[in-house]
Design a protein around this ligand. Structure first.
Ligand code: ATP
Length: 236
């Protein structure tokens, strides 16, 4: 497998608060990788650093041998990395369809309708609600829309920040089933989750982040079986 993303000794700070303290990790093309961690561990900060929404102090983030740390978020989307942010962040006063279109701003116009139809096939609920204002969607539908909007950029690497946040178990299962379908299409996925069990069932491998540092890195099966991970993240 070819290396898609390589992060080396990354440090990210907000003023004097260091949120990421020397993180190194890698992702190969076609993999699904999970990052687990409690509130405040630095998961969102790490995602934002990859997407170019925040610039690290030091360290490197290489994507297909291109250094990302000084590039803008729009350039990074164009290179093939799209993020579905925590808290979904859909544009509530725009319709489902308008939100999807916004996700495609880096794409040639003639490809947009085809991609939109692929998203509707993946999430039929969104197709039914295409003219509905996004602010009136349920939490699960907004999550589908946030993922769909990221996919409209046709990313090779999809970054998902807490796709299960605040959703009922049945809805979470639906979202994760869709993520399995997305992976089948060849998209590489980096998923950040507090719902460790769901994330590890989907992922090939995982990293555990604790106050800005990676403390475990292993195959999902190994993490699911690890007594420390079980005690801290899987409810014993
Ligand atoms: P959560 O699951 O609660 O979102 P997280 O693992 O995603 O947590 P981050 O949001 O990355 O964690 O936060 C990591 C650390 O950085 C925390 O200590 C947080 O308080 C701090 N932090 C995050 N954003 C800012 C900011 N804009 N300014 C100052 N400190 C911040």
């Amino acid at each position: 497998m070819s290396r898609l993303l390589e992060i080396e000794d990354l440090h990210v700070a907000y003023g004097h608060i260091e949120a990421i303290k020397g993180v190194s990790l890698n992702i190969d093309a076609g993999e699904v990788v999970a990052i687990l961690g409690a509130n405040g561990a630095g998961k969102t900060t790490l995602m934002r650093a990859i997407s170019g929404l925040i610039h690290p102090r030091t360290g490197s983030i290489r994507y297909r041998d291109k250094e990302l740390t000084r590039l803008g978020a729009d350039v990074i989307v164009g290179l093939g990395i799209a993020q579905s942010p925590e808290g979904r962040r859909v544009f509530g006063t725009l319709t489902v369809e308008e939100n999807l279109r916004l996700g495609a701003y880096t794409r040639p116009k003639q490809e947009v309708a085809g991609s939109r139809d692929e998203i509707y096939a993946l999430f039929p609920r969104l197709a039914e609600r295409r003219r509905q204002l996004s602010g009136t969607l349920s939490g699960g539908e907004q999550q589908m829309l946030a993922i769909g909007r990221a996919l409209m950029a046709k990313p090779q690497l999809l970054l998902l920040d807490e796709p299960s946040l605040g959703l009922a178990p049945l809805i979470v299962r639906g979202i994760f089933d869709a993520l399995r379908d997305i992976r089948q299409t060849g998209v590489t996925i980096l998923v950040v989750e507090q719902n460790a069990r769901m994330a590890l069932k989907l992922a090939d491998r995982g990293y555990v982040l604790e106050v800005g540092r990676i403390v475990h890195a292993a195959d999902s099966g190994e993490l699911l079986a690890s007594p420390e991970v079980r005690a801290a993240y899987l409810g014993g």
